[in-house]
Design a protein around this ligand. Structure first.
Ligand code: SF4
Length: 331
């Protein structure tokens, strides 16, 4: 994937093809390029400077999707928080408000937010706009200020922790996910421990972690102190293993609660209905906090609707529940 220039390989911006088959949820690109120049990344060189799409064009595109029955959109950009800033037109919170007004759209998600640009205005928009899901993906990349500086990320861990605290203070229940790079050039065991410490301190709902690898011509490829491959993998695995505990913990917290779930479709997992319970189909959907929930439905007609699900069991990567009632019945 050395030639992949469409996005940063270290940021888990989802692949827009992944959900295309689903009619419920779609990705919408709202901006291209990036000018943050993180030292491990080539996006600013290959994709050029940041450009935001016209807000009216985005709204028109989403209106068409809504007419086709799409209920959820995920707005994509390398740094959605700075949407419209250069153009001096609509701000990102302003765009969220415009999209919220589109009938038929029930949920709005976005990725990726750069921690340095997470404004109070956006935090309030996430809280105030009912359709905007309580989930922020905020890639931190490292828990060591020394490494963050070498990465040219533009924030300290203290600032990052402060932003997460503010998100939680204003929004209450909100999922926080993140990205980490293990084994950035010159990362010492002490630096790496600080990444583990940050995982413990924040208690993320989920993380994506990558072991560092050179991108041709990215400044970091010329940095000294490259880490041994095996060591990078060991650090990556240690991060993922630690996070598993917190992912399970955040899932377990929902047991006994009722949450609104947007139904995405039939569950791909083997359903009990195949073992002799005709008429009951196992469906899958997500909470606003982006947790996968499986449940039975009498039919598949609930696809694209939001239902109230009582959460009964928590697993490491999903939840199980039963439908209580329809939260919304309108299109
Ligand atoms: Fe790359 Fe950094 Fe821009 Fe993300 S914010 S695309 S990692 S330069």
């Amino acid at each position: 994937a050395d030639t992949d220039s469409s996005s940063s390989i270290y940021e888990s911006v989802p692949d827009s093809a992944a959900l295309e088959k689903e009619k419920v949820s779609r990705f919408v690109t709202i901006m291209q390029g990036c000018e943050n120049f993180c030292t491990y990344c080539v996006v600013p060189y290959v994709r050029g400077r940041e450009r935001s799409r016209d807000a009216a064009a985005i709204v028109r595109e989403i209106e068409i999707l809504a007419d086709q029955g799409v209920a959820e959109v995920t707005l994509l950009g390398q740094n959605v928080n700075s949407y419209g800033q250069k153009e001096g037109t609509t701000s990102f919170p302003g765009l969220l408000e415009m999209i919220s007004a589109i009938s038929g759209i029930k949920r709005i998600r976005f990725a990726t937010s750069h921690p340095k640009d997470l404004s109070d205005e956006l935090i309030h928009a996430v809280n105030d706009l009912e359709k905007v899901c309580p989930h922020v993906h905020l890639p931190v990349q490292s828990g060591s200020d020394r490494i963050l500086k070498k990465m040219n990320r533009g924030y300290t861990t203290r600032r990052y922790i402060e932003r997460v605290s503010e998100l939680r203070r204003i929004c209450g229940e909100i999922a926080i996910s993140s990205d980490f790079i293990a084994g950035f050039p010159s990362e010492t065991m002490d630096d790496f421990q600080k990444s583990l410490d940050l995982v413990r301190e924040i208690e993320f709902d989920s993380i994506f972690a990558f072991s560092y690898s050179d991108r041709p011509n990215a400044p970091a490829s010329k940095f000294s102190g490259h880490i041994d491959e095996q060591e990078k993998l060991d650090r990556l695995n240690a991060l993922l293993k630690l996070q598993e505990y917190y992912t399970e913990k955040s899932n377990a917290r929902l047991c006994g609660m009722t949450r609104q779930v947007l139904v995405e479709g039939k569950s791909s997992k083997t359903s009990l209905s195949e073992k002799g319970e005709p008429g009951r189909v196992q469906m899958t959907g997500r909470t606003g906090t982006n947790k996968i929930v499986h449940f039975y439905s009498e039919d598949t007609a609930v696809q694209g609707r939001i239902v109230e699900v009582g959460i009964e069991k928590a697993f490491p990567h999903s939840l199980w529940g039963s439908v209580k009632e329809f939260a919304y019945d309108e299109k």
